[in-house]
Ligand binder design. Structure first.
Ligand code: CUA
Length: 304
């Protein structure tokens, strides 16, 4: 369908305000009627009860018709809104989102990957959702989209960013100890800036640390490790190179220096030397080539 009839934000907001408005009118109406009845039929004003009637056709027609119309209205806006969320505009750009414990990876048609969801302003984007391990949920409140990612199943959402800006993107399904850290952002860039971003790739610049940074994004390292000194599931990577580290080994605790050797061991076999006071949550990355591990170490060195 083209052009976009209504955005996901408009679709959800319309249904929300219609339902909210009806609820507001009902609340006020019921409260006023109740207060009036209490006042009017107080024992002082009405010492003798009114005669009991068992039927009032007019009243029954009114209290059947009005709620039916209101409920159908809510259904109509809900249904229309739902269809708008499920109809992808023809010119939507495809981006793949991969959810894993505990980070997001976005892959573009040209092979570029990122741990933030960069989108061009003014163009609809279709996000294909996949889960690598367990259930997660893709949730961007600003665009009113939320959808589970299910292992073995592809689902999708679409939205359009009408203004440039940075918008929160959460995982909205409890997925383990790092769930609360599974947050990133949607970065809506003006079309020309987005095109420039999409073309640039660290892999072609030959900068070892930049390649390591890209690899760290792809592997999801930043889901558990911050680079700003804050504690997450794992220790922060800020300034880690050359720092003393207290680690727990099978043969006891020991303090060592985080040199290149240690960092390579910590990537390939993290369980052997767990940093003191952290859970043994990190999987082993023994499948990485020497060149890949070296680029990661170069990147770690650059995190001052
Ligand atoms: Cu992924 Cu919660």
């Amino acid at each position: 369908m083209n052009p976009v009839l209504q955005t996901t934000t408009q679709a959800v907001d319309t249904a929300f305000y219609v339902i909210f408005g009806i609820c507001g009118v009902m609340l006020v109406g019921v409260a006023i009627a109740m207060i009036w009845l209490v006042w009017r039929y107080n024992r002082r004003r009405q010492p003798v009860p009114l005669s009991q009637k068992d039927h009032n056709l007019w009243l029954e027609v009114v209290w059947t018709t009005i709620p039916t119309v209101l409920v159908m209205l809510m259904f109509w806006y809900g249904w229309e809104g739902y269809l708008s969320l499920r109809r992808i505009p023809d010119d939507a750009m495809h981006i793949k989102a991969s959810a894993r414990m505990w980070s997001w990876l976005f892959t573009y048609d040209n092979g570029k990957t990122a741990d933030k969801l960069y989108v061009p302003v003014g163009q609809p984007v279709k996000i294909e959702l996949a889960a690598e391990d367990v259930l997660h949920s893709f949730y961007v409140p600003a665009f009113r989209v939320k959808r589970d990612t299910v292992p073995g199943m592809i689902s999708w959402v679409w939205f359009i960013a009408e203004q440039p800006g940075s918008f929160d993107l959460f995982c909205a399904e409890y997925c383990g100890v790092g769930h609360s850290a599974m947050v990133t952002t949607v970065e809506a860039l003006p079309a020309s800036e987005f095109a420039a971003w999409l073309k640039a790739s660290a892999a072609t610049t030959g900068d070892l640390a930049a390649r390591g940074a890209e690899l760290a994004q792809q592997l999801g390292c930043l889901g558990c490790h911050s680079v700003d000194g804050s504690r997450r599931v794992g220790p922060s990577l800020k300034g880690v190179f050359g720092q003393p580290r207290e680690v727990v080994r099978n043969d006891g605790d020991i303090t060592l220096t985080a040199d290149a050797d240690y960092l390579m061991r910590a990537i390939r076999n993290p369980a052997a030397e767990i940093v003191d006071d952290y859970p043994p949550a990190m999987p082993s990355y023994s499948q990485l080539s020497d060149a890949e591990v070296q680029s990661l170490v170069a990147w770690l060195k650059s995190l001052k």
